[in-house]
Design a protein around this ligand. Structure first.
Ligand code: 2BA
Length: 109
């Protein structure tokens, strides 16, 4: 058995939830915050059998889009903040960041 941890954009999370249910997967959604953009995203915990990994990666890939997002870097903590001109930079966010972890034991009561 494996545990998938998938970080996806909020915009994709409902669609992904619906597809996971339709395909018979069980998942838990956690509200999370990206460490870099500091904006909301959604983390899915999904317990699956080893032979389902490719199937679920296909479902995630089909439902999660890559998007470009403009970010304005925060001003420097020290130094000449008055001469600091923040230029927005574009970063490419998601599809999804997926971690696949081995599960030693799973109990479900
Ligand atoms: P954030 O940390 O808010 O990152 C959003 C996007 O900003 C990233 O998209 C990436 O394109 C860019 N980015 C992140 N850190 C950067 C840095 N130090 N310098 C330049 N650009 C940077 P994704 O890579 O698609 O990540 C989307 C979200 O997935 C992340 O949100 C984070 O919540 C999660 N994530 C991605 N990689 C992770 C990892 N190795 N460990 C834990 N969470 C991760």
């Amino acid at each position: 058995m494996k545990l998938l941890i998938a970080v996806v954009q909020d915009k994709d999370s409902n669609r992904l939830s619906n597809s996971l249910i339709a395909e018979g997967f069980r998942a838990t959604k956690l509200a999370s915050t990206g460490g870099f953009l500091r904006s909301g995203n959604t983390t899915f915990l999904i317990g699956i059998e080893d032979n389902q990994i490719q199937h679920i990666l296909d479902v995630i890939r089909a439902n999660c889009k890559v998007r470009d997002q403009l970010v304005t870097p925060v001003s420097p903590v020290s130094g000449a903040a008055d001469s600091y001109i923040p230029f927005p930079v574009e970063v490419q966010v998601g599809g999804a960041a997926v971690f696949v972890l081995p599960v030693e034991r799973f109990e479900h009561f």
